[in-house]
Design a protein around this ligand. Structure first.
Ligand SMILES: Nc1ncnc2c1ncn2[C@@H]1O[C@H](COP(=O)(O)OP(=O)(O)OP(=O)(O)O)[C@@H](O)[C@H]1O
Length: 301
């Protein structure tokens, strides 16, 4: 196993941040921690990268204990924190050189690993990091996290605030790094990115709701789910929420995702109810559950 987490608990004075967290990440796996702000993702990353000590439980990374062997861990992991971690006043090239030096290596030594990412920011190598775009900063931060050829890579919300095209490119890059044998633990609040991981843990309020492959998580969604559309999203949501048989209602793109409490639900009944509420251009179609639907369902309990 590349990462093992056993019954980890952490609180800040009286504020609980993590409660009884256990999971394992296999060597070479791309594992996602999926959860909203405040779920506890950063606390867990800081514990695994030896920057924070847990109140309860144990954890190992690359076979080393996070407390006893913290120095060994620091040498063999790469960490890209959520907040921008680079030196804003140093140039692209200087930042990279700085990170290489503190790990006792050179850019040339591990250039192969970062080449593909670095060539994209190379045209700006003399620009100060603080003056780069969001996507560029993220690529530089990834290069810096990779420069000492880590066995395990920790990426805390690497795509937050990054445009959709750069997000897509970033995930393609992660897949290629994975092929080079690097184990990756990545956190994201974006549910669509969860589907790109080998396995995911859904995290909320410091607790794990479920761990599985994205496919299995979606497959186990317990209800039939419908896309409901109408001319006014606002009135549609209000009317659906007021419907006595509704189990869950929330906006999903241009539609509302709706589930019903009844096992013999007939969409025609719902259509008649909504039409009586003066809603027009009504559509009700069965759809398949997404990871976001599963998350919302588990978070309800
Ligand atoms: N240093 C701290 N002192 C007090 N409370 C903290 C501290 N750091 C985190 N917390 C609290 O612990 C909980 C988990 O925070 P954490 O930052 O780990 O979550 P997160 O999922 O990374 O969210 P975010 O994306 O907002 O950082 C939150 O309630 C947060 O307010």
């Amino acid at each position: 196993m590349s990462i093992t987490v056993n019954h980890i608990g952490k609180s800040y004075k009286n504020i609980p941040a993590l409660h009884d967290i256990s999971f394992e990440v296999k060597e070479g796996e791309l594992f996602g921690l999926i959860g909203p702000d405040g779920a506890g993702k950063t606390s867990l990353f800081r514990i695994l990268t030896t920057l924070l000590i847990a109140n309860e439980g144990t954890a190992t990374v690359a076979g080393y204990d996070v407390v006893e062997d913290y120095k060994k861990i620091r040498n063999c992991v790469g960490y890209m924190p959520g907040k921008f971690s680079l030196y804003q006043d140093l140039t692209v090239q200087e930042n990279l050189k700085f990170f290489a030096t503190i790990f006792g290596t050179t850019i040339e030594e591990n250039y192969d690993l970062i080449r593909e990412i670095y060539v994209q920011i190379e045209p700006f190598k003399t620009r100060r990091a603080g003056k780069l775009s969001g996507g560029m900063k993220q690529k530089l931060a990834l290069c810096c996290a990779l420069i000492h050829k880590p066995k395990v890579l920790f990426l805390d919300e690497p795509t937050t605030g990054v445009d959709p095209v750069s997000r897509k490119e970033f995930w393609e890059m992660l897949k290629r790094l994975q092929l080079k044998g690097i184990t990756i633990l990545v956190s994201t609040p974006y549910m669509d990115e969860a589907a790109l991981c080998d396995r995911i843990a859904l995290l909320q309020d410091g607790k794990i709701l479920q761990i599985d492959t994205p496919e299995a998580i979606v497959k186990h969604y317990p209800k039939e789910i419908y896309n409901v559309g109408a001319h006014s999203m606002y009135e549609l949501i209000n009317s659906l929420k007021a419907y006595e048989h509704q189990h869950s209602v929330y906006p999903f793109g241009e539609y509302v995702h709706y589930t019903d409490k009844r096992s013999d639900f007939n969409p025609a009944d719902l259509k008649a109810y909504l039409a009586a509420k003066n809603l027009s251009e009504l559509t009700i179609e069965k759809t398949t559950a997404s990871i976001e639907d599963t998350f919302m369902e588990l978070a309800k309990k």
